[in-house]
Structures are given as C-alpha cells and as structure tokens.
Design a protein around this ligand. Structure first.
Ligand code: ADP
Length: 446
C-alpha cells in the first residue's frame, strides 16, 4: 500500500473514531439535559398540585356533612361548582382566590363518592373517557384532543371525620409540553449542526495527530536512503578494485598488497559505519523506550586522561598538539554510563584533530559549577560556518562530503554525541569561527 493511501485511510478512520465518540457524548449529554429539564418540571408541577390540593382539602372538609353527598354549600368555596345532576352554564363567579387560581392555572376539580362515581366538577372542562380511579395519587392523563394533564387525587373526610369521598385536582400541561417541544426542536435542529462541527474538528485533530507520524515516516525513509548511499560507496569501491584485479594478468606482489590495502580500507569504512549505526539504533531504543542502562560513578579526570592517552597517536600522526587544561585538584565524579561518556569525548576529540591543520592545538578542559560539569574541546582548526552549525548534529551530515568519507568517517559522530547527551540529560553548545577554530562545550548534570 502506498504511503499516501495508508496515511489517508488512517486519517479517515481516526476522524470516524473521534467523530463517533464525540457525537455519542454530545447526544447523550443533550438527552440527559432534556430529561433533567422534564424531570425538574414534573417535580415543580407535583409540588404545585400538592399545595393547591392541600388548600382545598383544609377549606372543604368543614363543609362536607354526609359521606358521598356533595352539598351546595361547597359553592361558598368553589362558586363555579357544577353538581352532576345540574345544568351549570350561567353560574356566578365570585372573585375569590380559589376561583382565580382555578382559572389562571387551567385547573379542573372533580368530586367522587367512595365508590368512584362523579358527584360534581369545576374549572376547565376536559373530555376524557378513561378517567382513572381517584384513589391513585399522581397521574398524567390525556383528553380526547391529546392534551396532557397532571392530576392529584386525595381522600376527603366529612365534618364528623368519616370518609367522605375523593377530590381530584388536575392541571393542564399545555405550557409545559410547549416548552419541552421547543427544546426538542432545538435539539433536533441543533444536534446535526453540532455533529457537523464535530466531524470538521475531528478531521483537523486527525490531521494534527498524523503530522508527527508523517514526519517520522519521512525521517525513516531519509535515513534508510542515507544508509544505502553510505553502504554503496565502499561496496562499489571494493567491487571496482576486485574487477580491475581480475582483468590484470601477472599481478605483482606490490599490486597484490595495494589491492588488499584498498579493500581493507573500504572494509574498515563499512565496519565503522555498521558499528556507528548499531550504537545509534541502541541509543535510540534506550532514549525512546526509557530503557535503563547501567550508570556508575565516573571519575572525569581519569576518563579524560585515558582518552588523551588513546588519541595521542592520532594527534602525533596528524602533527597536532593534544593537551589538557584542568585546574580542578580533586576528583570530579558524575553518574553515567562510562563507555558512552568515553565515546562522546572520543568522537569530539577525533573530530577536533581531524579538522585542525598541522601544528594546530586541541585542548580538553574541565570545569564545574554547582549543578553541572563543563567539558570543553577546543581546537585551532578550520571552524564551522553558521549555516552548518545547526546541521552538523544531523545524521550523515558532513560539511565537506568527500573529505570525511576519505578518512573513513561515517557522518554519525555528532549524532551519536547528541543521543548520548539525551540519555544523560546533558546538552552541547558550539562556538566556532571559520579558519580560527571551534569550541564544543558539553554540560553534564552532576
Ligand atoms: P564525521 O563522522 O564525518 O566526522 P560528525 O557527525 O562527527 O561526522 O561531524 C559532522 C561534520 O561536522 C563533519 O563532517 C565535520 O565537517 C564537521 N565537524 C565536526 N567537528 C568539527 C570541528 N571540530 N571542526 C570543524 N568541523 C567539524
């Protein structure tokens, strides 16, 4: 599968995941809000009904004389009361609190005897064929025009404390249903709009999530092509040498030796390259996966002495004066991986020697402050331009492409230094002037 197709497919599937998860959360949230509003309204209406019913209960009971009998004197409280056997079109409405309450709140009142037979009613008229038995406390009912009502039923007692019958008070839910209906429409129209926004945001997020992957994929591709390129040069040189030997008849001992020297040199380049690649990939694995690598106490003065001694032959060969500038008298100990710090210092000193003309000076100095030890490798060499300053720590970057290869350098020396410093939580700074020299300063935490 091509890279672009793979990345696009992953981006689409990430978008789908993000969008479905966020849309699900938003839909559930909206339904939750809707349910909470409806529930809060029901509680308020139940409370209101209870208060109204309580008022009627307390005012009516002293007027009820015999069980199951609704007297006309109840009209003192409910002037528009219509008894079941009366014609009640032109009843006189007194401007009383209870009457007003019934009219404003769209209430209805119904009286039932103990067997559930209707005795009288007042307030708004509702046509409902299936009225429930009045002993049920709260109930929501619907009239023939599908209007909803919430009602409460309560048992009334007569003046002499006998069970009298039931009072049923109901309230129209028209305003409430209208309000919930508006919210429903708001959700029905608003949710798809929100989901469209979520899809756009998910696409943007997926693109952001893919960017680092895309970058590291490109780096990987670049790295493999660099490795292939680095391997091809010595392999091609070895093949060319072997081809020319095979074409030559009567090879002298001198020619034989020269051929072997060339093959050996190219072979050494391959070994250096493979070794450096191995080191780098191990360091990558350590830094990326936080693997633990053995750390011990390192005596830096001893370590600098060892590196100076090991590289003194190379310095002599290149006619370079390699020296130390260490003012510290006591031992300077840090925690770290000794082999890696040794390699770091070696890479920097070898670079300094190789990039300094004959009779130049390479100095290793050591200082410390409260938090860090500071190792500086300075040379009086060719220097590094400002543009190259940032690039030389990249893998396979060489300032002078052919010069480095000729010396058998892999172009990975400073990349290895960076990785070692990453593992030790250190840093490196470079100061350089063309044709005057460079100072690589390494800071390591104590
Ligand atoms: P190489 O293995 O080729 O030395 P490095 O990563 O160690 O690769 O260095 C990258 C490049 O930085 C080298 O090609 C060299 O040109 C430049 N460089 C490193 N150290 C110095 C120095 N002390 N003075 C001048 N140039 C340097």
């Amino acid at each position: 599968m091509s890279k672009n197709r793979l990345f696009n497919q992953t981006k689409i599937s990430l978008t789908c995941w993000y969008a479905s998860i966020f849309s699900g959360i938003i839909t559930l949230g909206a339904l939750g809000v809707y349910e909470a509003i409806a529930h809060a309204h029901y509680i308020t209406i139940n409370q209101e009904l209870k208060t109204v019913a309580g008022t009627f209960h307390d005012t009516l009971e002293p007027l009820l004389l015999k069980p199951n009998k609704l007297e006309k004197n109840v009209r003192e409280i409910i002037p528009d009361l219509c008894l079941i056997d009366e014609k009640c079109d032109n009843l006189y409405y007194e401007n009383r609190y209870i009457t007003r309450l019934i009219q404003q709140g769209k209430y209805y009142l119904k009286f039932y005897d103990l067997s559930g037979n209707l005795l009288g009613n007042a307030g708004i008229k509702i046509d409902n064929l299936s009225l429930n038995h009045p002993s049920e406390e709260f109930k929501t009912i619907q009239d023939n025009q599908n209007n909803n009502y919430r009602q409460i039923s309560l048992l009334l007692h007569s003046k002499n404390n006998q069970e009298w019958g039931y009072l049923q008070i109901g309230r129209s839910l028209e305003e409430f249903d209208q309000y919930l209906n508006n919210i429903k429409w708001l959700l029905v129209l608003g949710l798809p709009l929100l989901i469209i926004l979520v899809i756009i945001a998910s696409w943007y997020l997926a693109e952001k999530a893919m960017k680092p992957l895309d970058k590291s994929y490109q780096q990987m591709q670049q790295f493999s092509s660099d490795v292939a390129h680095e391997l091809r040069t010595p392999l091609a040189a070895i093949k060319a040498t072997i081809d020319s030997v095979m074409l030559t008849e009567n090879l002298s001992i001198k020619d034989n030796q020269e051929t072997l020297i060339t093959i050996n040199r190219q072979n050494q380049r391959l070994i250096n390259l493979v070794n450096d690649l191995l080191i780098l990939s191990r360091l990558d694995a350590i830094n990326q996966n936080n693997y633990l690598l053995e750390k011990t106490d390192i005596n830096l003065i001893d370590l600098i002495n060892d590196v100076t001694e090991e590289l003194s032959f190379l310095a002599i060969e290149n006619k370079i004066n390699l020296c130390q500038d260490i003012q510290i008298k006591d031992n300077l100990i840090i925690q770290g991986n000794e082999a890696q710090i040794y390699r770091l210092l070696t890479n920097l000193v070898v670079n300094a020697i190789q990039n300094t003309p004959e009779s130049g000076l390479v100095t290793i100095s050591l200082e410390n402050n409260k938090k860090e030890v500071i190792m500086a490798i300075s040379d009086t060499g060719i220097g590094i331009s400002e543009e190259d300053n940032l690039l030389i720590f990249n893998r396979f970057y060489r300032v002078d492409k052919s010069r480095g290869r000729d010396k058998g350098n892999s172009g990975l020396g400073l990349a290895i230094v960076s990785s070692i410093l990453l593992f030790h939580h250190g840093r490196i700074e470079l100061e350089s002037t063309i044709n005057k020299g460079s100072i690589f300063t390494v800071y390591l935490p104590k």
